[in-house]
Design a protein around this ligand. Sequence first.
Ligand code: ARG
Length: 461
Amino acid sequence: MKSWSGRFKEESSTLLDEFNESISFDKKLYKEDIKGSIAHCKMLNKINVLTDKESEKIQNGLKKIKGLMEEGKLEFSIENEDIHMNIECLLIDEVGKIGKKLHSARSRNDQIAIDLRMFLLEKTNGIMNCIVELLDVLLNISKRNIEIILPGYTHLQKAQPIRLSFYFMAYFQMLRRDYERFEDSLKRTNSMVLGSGALSGVPYKTDRGFLREELGFSSISENALDSVSDRDFVIEFQSCSAMLMMHLSRLSEEMILWATSEFGFIEIPDRHSTGSSIMPQKKNPDVFELIRGKTGRVYGNLMSILTVMKGLPLAYNKDMQEDKESLFDSVATLEKCLKILIEVMPEIKFNPQNMESGLKSGFLNATDMADYLVSKGMEFRNAHKIVGELVAYSLDKNKSLEDLKLEELKGFSKLFDGEIYNRLSFENSIESKVSFGSSSIENINKSFQSAQSFLSSKRNI
Ligand code: ARG
């Protein structure tokens, strides 16, 4: 029999039970639900709604249910709808009618809100730890490969030479911001909403400060109606997740591109590649393709919760039960993607020769030539035009800029002298970038230092 059956004259239809239930997925929240119930029970004891004996009995009952759940010995039922009512019924079976007192001064509305917040606090911390591990991997790759130079692209057309370390440190910065976004979201998730009741608070002297301490939250929500109505903390998590996946997807896209025979910049280890059922020669970068693909589902999860929430009147509406599956999906997807990257990235083999030969075509030192003319007194716009003409000239002759003879160069501008060849080397091009944050070794070393101190401050949080 349903705990809310009092006002109904008919049994609910089986189809309704199947349609209405969330136990098939919110059973994932059993730990949080029991933890919340134990804190609530202690609080009821503190304010004399439960006697010491009753409180002890209920707490033991809840702990027993948790143990049975962990041993896989519990069966939940869809007639009891969700994790909250299932646990309450199991408790009543276990401890008898005093179990029926536990739901005093609370509602499933504040129960689910606190459960979800507890769940997200733990999962967000786990994801942040994985990001730190991945950042560490990127920093190590960068440190190990400071000598490697490769073409940098804009519009996927060769642009200017850069160091491989500089490239990976760019992703370091992106993922560092992702970490900080998750970290910042915790401030708002970390709000103790239990004690809000259905929507307007409860007619008991509920000690919410005690609940906050018991459950380890940093603050107490200030408006009961808001506490049970909003899922902005879920949306924020989904939004941080979408951003992180966007970065992982771009990295993945580049690994896929670099692993092609056209680029040949990297080799993905055999143990992280897949084959084809028909083409014997194939070695496919499925890991990176899947990360790129899974980005789509995480974006979808964000859109899903935003859309669920957009038209809801205050306070709780059953629509909000739809917040969970997409949330669990994003958490699991992020965990999987981060873990596989932490394993694969350090094993990628770089091919510096191919990267270097990529520098030979594409006039990656054309900007350096223009800057050289500027250093000799020419206006940048004029220098740009002359070097553009030199590029066209070299294309006709099938040569690179550094292959042109001094007399040929002088034909375009008298300002050229022998020094130009030095300026055109790719290494010098990189080192000439002296602006803070640029690709020179000095700047890269500075970025290593700041990365290192970021990581040491965040490790094992
Ligand atoms: N299973 C519900 C959910 O996940 C719990 C809250 C139900 N509250 C209610 N008033 N029906 O949203």
